[in-house]
Write a protein that binds this ligand. Structure first.
Ligand code: GSY
Length: 154
């Protein structure tokens, strides 16, 4: 099954944290370019995020995938303090082909993805068919493509 994960970091060595997370995923099919993005929500003054989207091929259930995401965040020594606050690593399940989940702690597709440019810009790079027509008119936030995770100098 095609699974799309959104990864973001705005604390610490953002590129290294994202690279380590992507490297530890199984079944990686595609990795979007990197985007530097203005924080959406959270305390004022927090630093810019680096965001990307990864496509993996996986037979795990949505709940098992949530466990994978939480383990990646823990490996990045993410500590949950402020809601929406700065974080070393955030990993969200965005989309699983043919799957919808509506539970208190897990919603698939991700309910806020359609309005966030920091999600939709990299998502469209790897899975343009998932984006609704006219998605550009529905998104908010500033993003800037800054190369790829495996570039030497981005
Ligand atoms: O939802 C993911 C964490 N997050 C982000 C993010 O990854 N990027 C940007 N630009 N803003 C964000 N606000 C939150 S919360």
């Amino acid at each position: 099954m095609r699974v799309l994960l959104g990864l973001g970091s705005n604390l610490g060595d953002r590129r290294r944290l994202l690279a380590e997370a992507v490297d530890s995923l199984s079944g990686v099919v595609a990795v979007s370019p990197l985007y530097e993005t203005a924080p959406v929500g959270g305390p004022s003054g927090q630093g810019a995020f680096l965001n990307l989207v990864v496509e993996i091929d996986s037979d795990l259930s949505a709940r098992e995938l949530l466990g994978v995401c939480q383990r990646l965040e823990a490996a990045a020594e993410r500590v949950r303090t402020e809601r929406w606050g700065p974080r070393t690593l955030d990993v969200d399940i965005l989309w699983i082909d043919g799957v919808t989940v509506d539970e208190p702690d897990l919603e698939v597709p991700h309910p806020r993805m359609w309005s966030r440019r920091f999600v939709m810009a990299p998502l469209v790079d790897v899975a343009p068919d998932v984006a609704p027509a006219g998605w550009e008119r529905q998104v908010e936030g500033d993003v800037r493509q800054v190369g790829r995770l495996d570039d030497e100098d981005s």
